[in-house]
Write a protein that binds this ligand. Structure first.
Ligand code: CA
Length: 306
């Protein structure tokens, strides 16, 4: 008897709370002011007709990316899409699709910089013409923090993250967001070469690396080709806080690695003397060879003459 009761309870539970949640039915607001907050998950609707729109908003931290996967199922054919707006209600991204017959899926991602600690992003979904029988949004958040900072490195000197010599990993948004630059600050204590190497970890990106002096003037810069490493350096004569800027271009989010190295004066002198030694050896070698050829020529000539 007990088993039957337990079985009945489980069946009732499964009817009320299905194991597979196919998506939550959610209606957005009809303006920015009445926008409805989205948390990560899948949201379905009951369809939209031409002229209809709904507003949502999400909150993200600096260094996080908003990820949307949109599925549009038209009734025959329909036109509609998604627009992202910032907190000031300025359009950031617009993606509109003409969908005919089969449902279509597209993705939007937007990586946010550290101009603010947290960002409110509005999402407007709309149908411009005809009708979608369903307009599904899958919303997720992905972290693209620089180094192990749990945030995004600043877009300028003021927000630079402190580093020391070593290898680090960071991210830039490319066209998918507003994280266009990352600034780092490195204290240089000794006179010598400050070397900066950076490489995009995707072939679709080109990366730039620059070094700024204590007065925040650029003193070394290199712009690379797609997927290529860049290397730039500058001989530092005055210790102090120097700055590094990494920039990049791509249609996708750019993961990158960079390394900051120092070569002190001592090493530089050693390197110079090595080349000097090499040059002297080369010159003496040439003189010796000419002498040998000259003497040999003389001997052969004298034998031939006899
Ligand atoms: Ca970044």
């Amino acid at each position: 008897m007990k088993k039957i009761i337990y079985f009945g309870i489980i069946v009732c539970f499964l009817i009320i709370f299905p194991l597979e949640t196919q998506g939550v039915l959610l209606k957005g607001g009809n303006s920015f002011d009445t926008a409805v907050e989205l948390t990560p998950g899948t949201y379905e609707d009951e369809g939209m007709s031409g002229g209809q729109s709904e507003y949502f908003f999400v909150n993200l931290k600096a260094g996080q990316s908003l990820q949307l996967e949109i599925n549009l199922a038209p009734r025959g054919a329909a036109i509609g899409g998604i627009i992202l707006y910032n907190e000031d209600k300025l359009s950031l991204v617009k993606k509109e699709e003409l969908v005919q017959g089969e449902p279509a899926t597209f993705k939007i991602s937007y990586l946010l910089n550290s101009e603010k600690d947290s960002h409110k992003i509005y999402i407007k979904k709309y149908c411009r013409l005809f009708r979608f029988d369903s307009f599904t949004i899958n919303f997720s958040i992905e972290d693209f923090y620089d180094l192990s900072s749990k945030t995004d490195a600043g877009e300028s000197f003021e927000g630079a993250i402190d580093i020391s010599y070593g290898k680090y990993k960071g991210y830039l948004s490319g066209e998918n967001g507003n994280d266009k630059k990352d600034f780092y600050k490195i204290p240089v204590e000794k006179i010598g070469n400050l070397i900066l190497e950076a490489i995009p970890l995707t072939k679709t990106a080109e990366i730039s690396a620059a070094i700024y002096n204590k007065e925040k003037n650029i003193i070394a810069q290199k712009i690379g080709d797609f997927g290529q490493k860049v290397r730039t350096s500058r001989y530092i004569t005055e210790p102090g806080d120097y700055f590094i800027e990494i920039g990049g271009e791509s249609e996708e989010i750019i993961p990158y690695e960079f390394e900051v190295l120092s070569k002190e004066e001592k090493l530089k002198v050693e390197k110079k003397s090595f080349f000097e030694t090499l040059n002297l050896k080369f010159i003496f070698g040439i003189i010796f060879l000419i002498l040998v050829l000259f003497v040999a020529g003389k001997i052969i000539y004298s034998i031939w003459k006899k």
